[in-house]
Design a protein around this ligand. Structure first.
Ligand SMILES: *Cc1c(COP(=O)(O)O)cnc(C)c1O
Length: 231
């Protein structure tokens, strides 16, 4: 069985290869998605040099953060946000990828401690047009971006999306292109954005070809997730 260190090396090499074939020379951050993974696995990834971790569940993340407080980790919240969790998220994370409505942005802005740097924020967009999917509709994106930009304790960095899973590389790219186009449009409108958070274990190569600057990878690093009661 591969160790976490081996998996990280393989993925970093694949990221670099995809980046070269896409003729890109900018930075791509590998975010290790560690939800439902053990502390031992997080520590192993940390010892292998991994510094950015993504979590979906607030209580689980806070408990891990406490156990790893000797480690210089950048914590990213990537899960759905309930409004009663905004205070804890604003206090404990460096990044939030999943802001999808104004009410949540307002609450995060209010709860961000003034002693901390502004909270880095991505707007999660619904690129599929299905109303069942989470994320803001592309038509409402510019308005939300404008509102977040005016909030002093948030720093709008870019967009996040989770397209419908498919094994078809062309379909993966087509879905990510919709997100990248929305990103480019916002930049043309004057928003200073530098982050496109797209791509997971099964589609990060396609995402890199469509401009991903953060890929969020869980199972390809840590193996299958083990859910306990309560998650
Ligand atoms: C779980 C999760 C991931 C990682 O998924 P894998 O398929 O295990 O790489 C990425 N992004 C979000 C938002 C997730 O919830």
């Amino acid at each position: 069985m591969n160790t976490i260190s081996d998996s990280l090396q393989v993925i970093q090499a694949r990221i670099l290869q995809a980046q070269r074939s896409a003729h890109r020379d900018d930075e791509i951050l590998l975010l290790a998605v560690s939800k439902a993974q053990s502390i031992e696995k997080l520590r192993e990834a940390y010892l292998a040099g991994q510094r950015a971790f993504g979590e979906n569940y607030v209580q689980e993340a806070i408990s891990k953060k406490e156990q790893l407080k000797d480690c210089a980790i950048e914590w990213h919240f990537i899960g759905p946000i309930q409004s009663n969790k905004t205070q804890l998220i604003a206090q404990h994370f460096d990044w939030v990828h999943s802001v999808d409505r104004l009410k949540i942005a307002i609450r995060l802005n209010e709860a961000r401690p003034h002693s901390a740097a502004p909270l880095n924020v991505c707007i999660q967009i619904n690129s599929s047009g299905e109303s069942s999917k989470s994320g803001v509709d592309i038509g409402a994106l510019a308005m939300l971006a404008k509102e977040i930009n005016a909030m002093p304790n948030l720093k709008l960095r870019g967009l996040m999306a989770i397209p419908a899973p498919t094994k078809d590389l062309a379909k993966q790219r087509a879905q990510f292109k919709i997100v990248n186009d929305a990103f480019k449009t916002l930049r043309q409108q004057g928003f200073e954005l530098d982050t496109l958070s797209i791509g997971m274990s099964d589609d990060y190569i396609a995402a890199i070809h469509e401009g991903a600057t953060i890929v969020r990878i869980g199972s390809a690093i840590f193996g299958a997730r083990v859910y306990k009661n309560g998650n």
